[in-house]
Write a protein that binds this ligand. Sequence first.
Ligand code: SF4
Ligand code: SF4
Length: 154
Amino acid sequence: MPENNSSSIDIFGMLSDDSEEKKKSQREELLSTTGVKEFFKEGDIRIDKRTCWGLECKLCIDACPTNALFWQSGEVKIIKDLCVYCGACVLCCMVDDCIKIKRKRENGKIEKFSKPKDVIKLEERINTKKRVERVTGLFPSVDRYCEKYQKQKK
Ligand code: SF4
Ligand code: SF4
């Protein structure tokens, strides 16, 4: 059995965990006012400045629901703490692979995308899954479905 004395307690680790948690909850609070439906706590976003159309475009800046993107010194910049990895910027970017997003779902699943068609496919897959879950929640079996609707017909 491990010895339970003060030397075995990682106080610095506890402090850093706590501040990380605090940072996360402050971020959630700040972003809750934006009305973003899907909130990803973990992820990463990168913008390739070499392929970005910058001044001639700026579509991603207009599309971002949290104002994480902004224009400064002739390029698109990002405040990573404000990004919720929603994918709106990728969806409207005219250059494939210019914005790259990686995000982690609550269940640990990692999603990566960098093209509008990737975002559309991903959303379609998610919506289909949600629809199936909703239907199977209401009607766990075909019998249950028939039972309900045959009763209504009578
Ligand atoms: S993924 Fe793009 S649009 Fe969405 S919050 Fe992040 S920077 Fe803004
Ligand atoms: S939408 Fe894409 S090409 Fe246009 S400014 Fe944003 S990153 Fe650059």
